[in-house]
Design a protein around this ligand. Structure first.
Ligand code: FE2
Ligand code: FE2
Length: 481
């Protein structure tokens, strides 16, 4: 048994300390337990300590909730499909009328409210804001944030509105544990608090608890019997003079040599697949292929090199030839005729079902807005931005920023289902972390630093391919730089 456990770790390039090994061996099913522990370790350490194992028994990474959760979940099917209702292609309803916006925000409110009122921390039903203001006791409301501002005394006031037209101010006192919570315009939050003020002038609620929709702390990656892996190649920017052809070739050679053995059967391109044309002033000077059709034709050529057993999904980003407003529909036929049949074109964002795993892929344009609007968020740490998206269960809440939002009847940017894997690109960073069981990835780029980035002191992390094992959830970053 000792050998089995140690070799399970060695296969992943990890070593167990003697103490860690003892704890594992004292379990009723050591092989299942060790697999569970290893796949839930956040940063893929080389040496697994007693603390790492104990951390998986409790707390952040509840890898071992009860004996019955050890049994691997059967994968549902061995392929990659778009999850129904998550892809706007051909489903767009908006004409940009005022009534479209009302329906759009109502849909967002309704779906996020449902998540909030079902949370244990919210502890019960909400009431319309108008009724809540008349109460002389603790109340629960759910509202969409109108605006947020700080007062001279360091308190924060936000305005909230519900779907019945009720509105109020909500005051977070400067000594509240929520005083530093990230709150952005047009997000939906739950409030437990008490109304204050006199008579008909009563329009304020003092916040005791601020409840975001978020993902349960107990959410975890359930191991499955999948043996395959999925890889991500974001921001390829074909057609740019700074496209990293040598590194791309190196990656492709590696894929040809290793994808069968490693069972890398799926590949996702989360947007900015080409550099586009007319995206920013003076872009002509930075294009090696000055024609948009030529750029997609070249990408189609590149993807013909991908071994045939690999299914590919291609998603647009802000450099691609579709409407810039999100959700973006899939690339049109005029651009995609040259692609092989193993390539599927999807919307941005989209949920994919890959062997029973939910993969949420979003190019990530809104990361710019999150960073511009929230002081503690930076380009150096896009994963922190992704954590905020998960916390508010929305990828691009704030309307009227750089990310144009199309008022569809359904808000496709709500993170309604908790994904197993959440991937973004756009900021040309490379990073991964496990957050509440979700494998979160920022999927690098195949474009070298541009002049614009140089002037703004922005250093990308190019030529890295993240790979996620669909059974264990282990993430590796293959570096071709
Ligand atoms: Fe990009
Ligand atoms: Fe982008």
């Amino acid at each position: 048994m000792r050998e089995r456990v140690l070799s399970a770790a060695a296969r992943r390039g990890m070593f167990l300390s003697p103490e860690a090994l003892e704890i594992v061996l004292s379990n009723s099913d050591p092989p299942a337990f060790i697999n569970n522990v290893l796949s839930n370790l956040a940063n893929n350490p080389m040496f697994v300590t007693e603390e790492d194992v104990m951390g998986c028994l409790s707390g952040d990474a509840p890898a071992f909730v009860s004996p019955k959760t050890i049994a691997p979940r059967n994968k549902t099917r061995s392929d990659m499909t778009v999850i129904k209702g998550t892809d706007v292609t051909g489903e767009s309803t908006c004409e940009g009328k005022i009534t479209d916006f009302a329906a759009y925000f109502q849909d967002r409110y309704a779906r996020l409210r449902k998540i909030i009122v079902n949370k244990r921390a919210f502890g019960g039903g909400d009431m319309p804001i108008e009724n809540a203001l008349r109460m002389d006791r603790e109340i629960r409301i759910v509202g969409m944030v109108g605006d947020v501002r700080d007062t001279k005394n360091g308190h924060r006031i936000m305005s909230l509105e519900d779907d019945k037209g009720g509105h109020c101010k909500a005051l977070i006192l400067n000594d509240s544990p929520h005083i530093r919570d990230v709150i952005v315009n047009d997000s939906v939050v739950g409030v437990i608090g008490t109304p204050s003020g006199q008579g008909s002038k009563r329009d304020m609620i003092i916040v005791k608890e601020l409840i975001k929709p978020d993902v349960p702390e107990t959410n975890r990656w359930e191991p499955s019997d999948s043996t395959a892996s999925i890889a991500f190649l974001s921001d390829v920017h074909v057609g740019s003079t700074t496209f990293l052809e040598k590194e791309w070739k190196r990656m492709m050679d590696w894929l040809k040599r290793n994808s069968v053995e490693r069972e890398i059967n799926y590949l996702v391109l989360p947007g900015d697949v080409v550099d586009g044309i007319g995206i920013f002033p003076g872009q002509e000077e930075e294009l090696s292929i000055p024609d948009i059709y030529g750029q997609y034709a070249r990408l189609a050529e590149y993807l013909k090199d991908v071994p045939d057993h690999i299914l590919i999904a291609v998603q647009p980003g802000n450099h691609d030839a579709v409407r810039p407003a999100e959700p973006q529909p899939a690339l049109g036929k005029v651009f995609t005729e040259a692609f092989d049949s193993n390539v599927i074109m999807t919307a941005n964002p989209v949920y994919l079902d890959v062997e029973g795993r939910k993969v949420l892929s979003y190019h990530g344009r809104s990361i710019d807005d999150w960073i511009a609007g929230v002081q503690q968020l930076t380009y150096e740490d896009p994963l922190a931005v992704m954590r905020e998206m998960v916390s508010g269960r929305h990828m691009a809440p704030s309307y009227g920023q750089r990310t144009a939002l199309a008022p569809e009847k359904k808000d496709y940017l709500v993170i309604e289902e908790v994904p197993d894997i959440f991937v973004t690109g756009h900021v040309h960073g490379a990073g991964q972390m496990v957050h509440r069981g979700i494998r979160m990835i920022n999927a690098s780029t195949w474009q070298d630093q541009t002049d614009y980035q140089k002037r703004h002191n922005f250093n990308p992390s190019p030529a890295i391919m993240p790979v996620v094992h669909l059974g264990t959830g282990r993430v590796t970053m293959e570096n071709f730089a």
